[in-house]
Design a protein around this ligand. Structure first.
Ligand SMILES: [Zn+2]
Length: 95
């Protein structure tokens, strides 16, 4: 009878850890896993929903890890560009 043992399925726990949303993530989804997310760029599987913020400005992002990386990288690029613009300006004032 040992191999007839059925693991108890706890659906409440499941909805606590799995996020089936494909868009519109909120703080309540942070920490959950998106089992499958299909995009034109590829199919993402078992991705966590994360909440990140830019360290240079006050922007925040909630969504799949892949998009969070794009958000952080995008802000990093923009702020680096802004910095380069400022450096360029002050360089022009130095004789
Ligand atoms: Zn920023």
């Amino acid at each position: 009878m040992d191999h007839d043992v059925v693991m108890p399925m706890n659906s409440a726990t499941d909805s606590d850890t799995v996020c089936t949303k494909q868009e519109g993530w909120t703080l309540e989804d942070v920490g959950k896993i998106i089992p499958v997310r299909v995009t034109p760029n590829g199919s993402y599987r078992n991705e966590p929903v994360v909440h990140v913020h830019c360290q240079m400005c006050t922007a925040e992002f909630i969504g799949p890890a892949r998009e969070a990386g794009g958000f952080l990288g995008g802000h990093e690029c923009l702020h680096a560009w802004e910095l380069a613009q400022m450096m360029g300006r002050s360089d022009g004032l130095v004789e």
